[in-house]
Design a protein around this ligand. Sequence first.
Ligand SMILES: [Zn+2]
Length: 288
Amino acid sequence: MLVVGLVAAGIYFKLPDWRRDTLLSRYRLGADESAEEFQRGHFHFVCAQASRPQAEELASGLERYVEGLIGTFGAPLKIEPETDPVTLYLFESGDQLRDEYQRRYRASLSNNGGFYNPLLGEIVIVAGEQLSASAFHEVGHMVLDRWVVGKRGRWTRWLDEGLATYFEKVVEQQGRLKWGDLDPQALREGKSLIANQRWLTVDELGQATEGDFRRRENSRYYTQSYLLVHFLLHAGQGAYRDGFLRYYDLERLGDLGRTSPARLAGALSMSSAQLDRSWRAYVLGQDE
Ligand SMILES: [Zn+2]
């Protein structure tokens, strides 16, 4: 009885891992008939057979997006594309994404539409309504990680998320991709955070951790990171842009992931309090 009990316990505890690995191997190895792989431009796509048309459409969209990013930000943000393709897994459900994240990081993911794994150089996203936005966002992280700093480590969280979210909010105008239109939903959320005294200061945002961006109540961290990047690139007809790029270089060339919010203010020749005031005034002064 004891032996049977142990064997049963062994199977019981092994089963969840085994099932997840099987699920993943479908995508990784193409072991399952339904898995498809193809390469297009900078990306190697892995998807279920049923998602192939959506993956093909995403593939063309992503190539345009990447070319646009390089054309627009290649010089100021020092983007140097690699030729190695990045693997992009297109999952079919949010549950599959959350399982995979849990398996890899032993941490839970609440309401994110995908993630980028810097160690493996892989992007995992869920097919669905927000597919392009999720893919643009994660590819933004990949660009900063691989094509800007060459996998040296992780950027300060607000800057990484702020830029990825700014990149994600691209619009098409007269057949061309354009960045910088202020996202109305983010603006509304920003104003509401200020009105409800839930707005984070630059200091608070600058010290936000990976966990803050992953929890269920993570929306204000993303929104404010985006609004701060938008302010730094566009406020006062670009008055803060050079200072922002100096701060970006402090991260890029030296203290990746370790620059304090005070150094952002310093790069702008402002105090943190002045920066806070100007940033809030910028958000409140924008028409919805
Ligand atoms: Zn992100």
